[in-house]
Design a protein around this ligand. Structure first.
Ligand code: NAD
Length: 479
């Protein structure tokens, strides 16, 4: 085996493995260096997304939704189930099996694409050499014409609430709880806090979420965030806004299980709260520890992210960076696109990433999804716009499913009618957002969407009606 490659990718997460597979498809000789170890201590490709992020969280969200529906949705359908129970070993075990299937799947894809996989930590030296330290301490150096840094991100740790893996946990810890906590505290009402808070709430935990900002889901459209906050309240998530954590202390209990004593401050003063476990989900930061030798030439910005230009190039000849380790939203699909685009640029082709149409999805119940600008952003930018909206309460399919909650809101340019943003909360919106992204990519107008036939009865009619509503001609509501 030669140790000289066309491309070395450091990091086998979503951004890195997409880069590697695309590079291999384009005929480039490619290696991936990744240090992630699964529960069995063996290499587990796929990074945070496959191991402790997107996929395992969706597995638990789905399992917990099935359980929650037994008591909260099935009776409406005339179905009652007595004594429903959750076997947590099976619940967590199913998730672990899915993770193994997908991490193993990436390894298979590497084999099929003749990508060389190194299990260890990669460090970029000068002249595109990469030093690999194996998990057993062994060292070797390989080199390439191009190196793609895709080292991802790690959870931000609060100095006054350090992770201990048992009582104070991060996203990985919250995916691996083996007894439903009676009281779960969550710091941060962001994507992870809401998704994982929902999982444990649905299984019966009392969940209190402390969010430092006074506004709920500030990045989302205000109307959408308002509906979501109300629905999460119905689920029983106790979300306290403007609540800043000051201290978290683990204390022993007579039964030795331990608990976490929190002190937080809001506009009314200091408060205390005691929980059995505390999930800290206050954001993630780029992971670059040990990644760059002093003379690698690669720069980090003030937030510790690798500095890149609009083509994900670091400014060092042949060195690129993609995914969570660089600017832009920390979303797996943003990393996918950057990884593939860089492989294409390396191969002399026309790579492409449109940062303006990246969809956002929060997989709660109801789901939240959006793409493009919010009304607030357009106001700030002084762009004239018009709005159409449509409630799922008037969508036959949603009512038939007993999931008629939320709405679709479409924002179009006031003069050109071009779709500038679509914001949704409701059933299945993680899928509905895709057609809006397509329309926006094709620079479609609200009228285009309004003239496209949507199957009846489907949830997608809410998108159609919202588009009609932009021109005040929705059929199934007053305009
Ligand atoms: P986030 O940025 O979504 O939310 C963090 C929240 O914590 C913010 O609302 C912030 O105001 C709050 N916060 C910060 N410090 C606080 C403090 N001291 N006390 C109380 N609140 C505080 O971050 P996250 O939920 O940790 O997720 C991390 C990253 O992972 C995000 O970039 C997210 O996009 C990504 N992710 C995406 C998905 C998805 O796409 N569905 C799922 C999980 C994670």
């Amino acid at each position: 085996m030669s140790d000289k490659f066309d491309v070395i990718v450091i990091g086998g997460g979503p951004a890195g493995y997409h880069a590697a597979i695309r590079a291999a498809q384009l005929g480039l000789k490619c290696a991936v260096v990744d240090a992630f170890a699964g529960k069995d201590g063996k290499a587990a490709l796929g990074g945070t997304c496959l191991n402790v992020g997107c996929i395992p969280s969706k597995a638990l969200l789905d399992s917990s939704k099935q359980f929650y529906n037994i008591a909260h949705n099935l009776p409406v359908h005339g179905i009652t189930v007595e004594n429903a129970k959750v076997d947590l070993a099976t619940f967590i075990g199913r998730k672990d099996k899915i993770v193994k299937q997908f991490t193993g799947g990436v390894a298979q894809l590497f084999k099929a694409n003749k990508i060389t996989s190194y299990f260890g930590k990669g460090r970029l030296l000068k002249d595109r050499q990469v030093e690999i330290t194996g998990n057993d301490g062994s060292r070797q150096t390989i080199s390439a014409t191009n190196v793609i840094l895709a080292s991802g991100s790690v959870p931000i740790e609060l100095p006054f609430a350090r992770f201990d893996g048992k009582h104070i946990i991060d996203n990985a810890g919250a995916l691996d709880i083996h007894e439903v906590p009676k009281r779960l505290g969550v710091i941060g009402a962001g994507v992870i806090g809401l998704e994982l808070g929902s999982v444990w709430r649905r299984l019966g935990a009392e969940v209190t979420v402390l969010e430092a900002l006074p506004e709920f889901l500030g990045a989302a459209d205000t109307d959408i965030a308002k509906v979501a906050l109300k629905e999460f309240g119905k689920l029983g998530l106790d979300i306290k806004l403007g609540a800043k954590l000051a201290k978290a202390e683990v204390k022993t209990t007579p039964d030795k299980s331990g608990e976490v004593h929190l002190t937080y401050t809001d506009k009314d003063g200091d408060h205390s709260l005691v929980v059995d476990k505390l999930l800290v989900a206050v954001g993630r930061r780029a992971y670059t520890e040990g990644l760059l030798a002093d003379d690698s030439g690669v720069q980090l910005d003030e937030r510790g992210r690798i500095v890149v230009d609009e083509h994900c190039h670091t400014g060092v000849d042949g060195v690129w960076a993609v995914g969570d380790a660089v600017r832009g939203p920390m979303l797996a699909h943003k990393g996918f696109e950057e990884g593939m685009a860089v492989a294409e640029w390396i191969a002399g082709k026309a790579g492409h990433v449109n940062y303006d149409t990246i969809p956002w999805v929060i997989y709660t119940e109801p789901e939240i999804a959006w793409a493009g600008k919010t009304e607030k952003q357009l106001k700030e930018e002084g762009v004239p716009y018009k709005v159409g909206s449509f409630p799922f309460a008037a969508i036959g399919r949603a009512v038939a499913m007993n999931e008629a909650v939320g709405q679709v809101k479409m924002i179009a340019h006031a003069e050109t009618d071009r779709i500038l943003g679509v914001h949704m909360v409701g059933p299945g919106v993680s899928e509905l957002i895709a057609e809006c992204v397509v329309a926006m990519e094709f620079k479609g107008s609200a009228e285009d969407m309004a003239r496209i036939i949507h199957a009846h009865p489907t949830l997608s009619e809410a998108v159609h009606e919202a588009a009609l509503s932009v021109d005040k001609r929705a059929i199934h509501k007053g305009n």
